[in-house]
Design a protein around this ligand. Structure first.
Ligand code: IMP
Length: 463
């Protein structure tokens, strides 16, 4: 049988539930290798191992929960070794790190926070994990790559040079954080030396390793991080992350050729979420209000509950109630930062862009069950200019082009319960109709997730 290498990437603004899908297809296809190609520990993938234990990984590939899977961190990643070590914890994964991946060092994180502070009202709402500054150093050709772990003396010398330069550039501001005299190279080296030693033997030319693995017929799952609309080039710039989160990012981030990916799967929720600033056309509630919400303080009166189940489309607060309801039932709070996520209806205009810029083959839909019990389910199919009625059906590259537009929705009757159902034909007819519509308007669905557990899925198409 031909090896099938799957790329599984986010088709929205991240947090689509990719980790669970990667874990599913690792098991389902018996893939031997799991690869991260871009991003760093801005990601947060929540997984459940075979014993049902919850594991959250940030920079480690999701395959670390399976002892037989080889996990690879490709050259396109920025790696905080401290976070990597804590992701691994007591697990004993097989792991290789690319010698061309970049080190994310403590000063990157501090500079991320300082930059956000300086931006004031224009802030991006980054995860403050140092991602942007680490990639900036890479682009400026001032980064330190993991290959240096093989030459500790040279690595330490370069860290000293970099720290000196950062202290000069951020004179005063870094000192404010670290206390005088700003960042200390010696402290950093002392702290990180055990990790440099621990991970040095895992640093290899991963491009060459993966290339050989493909030639040997091994199966690979490429695991995307963040989502297509956070892509540095194609996303809602400047409210994006600093790497290419789309399929091309997998090629440049692994050093593999075009034909290394057999199928590209885009993961989308049955609704939309976004964390941080930036355009979000179907957003159900003002972000300022969302920020005040916690897992504990979202509560509904009996009257609000009945409005949710009635789903009266003329109810002016229906979208707001739905977004809060989903935040609560789906636990829409960041796995990395704990921030409440912004929630809105599924946006097919945005999804169409994700399909185009990635060349997706199939969609995986997650969180179908999070819509259970709603009276009406809405899907955005276009945007309309409120002043002129002009219709827009392509997601614009420049987010200011969306000013004055509002979503145009298609309405679907809701359903009571999809959770615990294991086949498409057992789903309530309303849910079937909704999924068929998405399949027609978007792409064929390969899998639908309808609960957080490993077994909570409906296979639509065997890959
Ligand atoms: P950064 O990647 O930390 O620089 O953050 C840039 C933007 O991407 C912010 O809006 C973040 O909230 C968002 N972001 C980064 N990583 C993730 C993720 O894994 N899921 C969702 N949003 C993310």
């Amino acid at each position: 049988m031909m090896a099938k290498n799957l790329a599984i990437i986010g088709a929205q603004w991240g947090d689509e539930g990719k980790g669970a899908i990667v874990a599913h297809y690792l098991k389902e296809t018996g893939a031997e290798i799991c690869v991260r190609a871009q991003g760093g520990n801005n990601a947060g993938h929540t997984l459940y191992d075979d014993d049902g234990r919850k594991v959250v990984v940030n920079i480690a590939p999701s395959g670390i929960i399976f002892p037989d899977v080889v996990n690879v961190i490709g050259n396109g990643c920025v790696v905080d070794l401290e976070v990597l070590a804590s992701n691994i914890g007591s697990l004993k994964p097989k792991l290789y790190l690319s010698d061309s991946a970049h080190l994310l060092l403590p000063y990157h994180q501090q500079i991320d926070a300082l930059r956000e502070e300086r931006r004031g009202k224009r802030k991006i709402g980054t995860t403050q994990r140092g991602i942007g500054p680490a990639y900036a150093d890479k682009i400026n050709r001032e980064g330190l790559r993991l290959g240096l772990l093989r030459n500790p003396a040279l690595l330490e010398e370069k860290i000293r040079q970099c720290v000196e330069q950062k202290n000069e550039e951020w004179n005063g501001e870094l000192a404010r954080i670290y206390g005088s005299p700003a960042a200390s190279a010696e402290e950093m080296i002392e702290r990180l030396r055990p990790l440099f030693q621990r991970f040095a033997p895992t640093v290899i030319d991963t491009s060459s390793y993966l290339h050989k693995a493909i030639q040997q017929g091994k199966r690979i799952i490429f695991e995307g991080a963040q989502g297509s609309l956070l892509d540095l080039d194609q996303g809602t710039y400047p409210y994006v992350t600093s790497s290419n989160t789309t399929i091309p990012g997998i090629l440049t981030g692994t050093g593999l050729g075009l034909r290394s990916i057999d199928y590209a799967l885009g993961v989308t929720k049955a609704y939309s979420t976004r964390v941080g600033e930036g355009i979000f056309p179907t957003e159900g509630e003002a972000y300022e209000e969302v920020k005040k919400q916690t897992r504990e303080n979202i509560n509904f009166t009996d009257e609000e509950k009945s409005r949710l189940s009635r789903g009266d489309v003329s109810d002016p607060h229906y979208d707001l109630l739905v977004s809060r309801h989903i935040r609560k039932v789906a636990g829409e709070f960041g796995a990395t930062t704990g921030r409440p996520r912004r929630v809105g209806w599924l946006d097919l205009v945005a999804l169409k862009k994700a399909i185009r810029i990635n060349g997706l083959d199939y969609l995986v839909l997650t969180h179908l069950d999070s819509l259970d019990g709603l009276g009406t389910v809405k899907v955005c199919t276009a945007y309309r200019k409120t002043s002129t009625g002009e219709i827009m059906t392509e997601f614009p590259n420049e987010q200011s082009d969306l000013a004055g537009f509002e979503p145009v929705y298609e309405f679907f009757p809701g359903w009571k319960k999809t959770n615990e159902i294991r086949s498409f034909d057992k789903l309530p007819p309303e849910a079937q109709g909704y999924l068929e519509f998405l399949g027609r308007k978007g792409l064929p669905l390969s899998l639908v997730k309808n609960g957080p557990g490993q077994e909570d899925y409906i296979e639509i198409l065997k890959l």
